[in-house]
Design a protein around this ligand. Structure first.
Ligand SMILES: [Zn+2]
Length: 83
């Protein structure tokens, strides 16, 4: 589907784009997680939280910003930009 991505990368991107990804906000709907919230931040563990604000990944986010600039803090840029 995405010619520049490996099959696993394409799979994760599709899961992010559809919000059907193994994060607690999704898993909780099917009784597969004890809470919809991120255990660290105590807010719903959605893909936007995971990508843009989860404290657990702040180091990786800072490294990403240093490489790509602040445009990478846009959900559109992260999951909808043409690859
Ligand atoms: Zn979090």
């Amino acid at each position: 589907m995405y010619t520049n991505l490996s099959r696993p990368q394409s799979s994760v991107l599709m899961q992010l784009r559809t919000s059907h990804i193994g994060l607690d906000a999704f898993l909780f709907r099917f009784h597969l997680a004890p809470s919809p919230d991120c255990a660290l931040c105590l807010v719903p563990e959605t893909f936007s939280h995971y990508l843009l604000s989860c404290l657990l990944y702040r180091r990786q986010r800072v490294a990403l910003i240093s490489r790509l600039g602040t445009a990478c803090l846009s959900l559109w840029h992260l999951i909808a930009a043409k690859l």
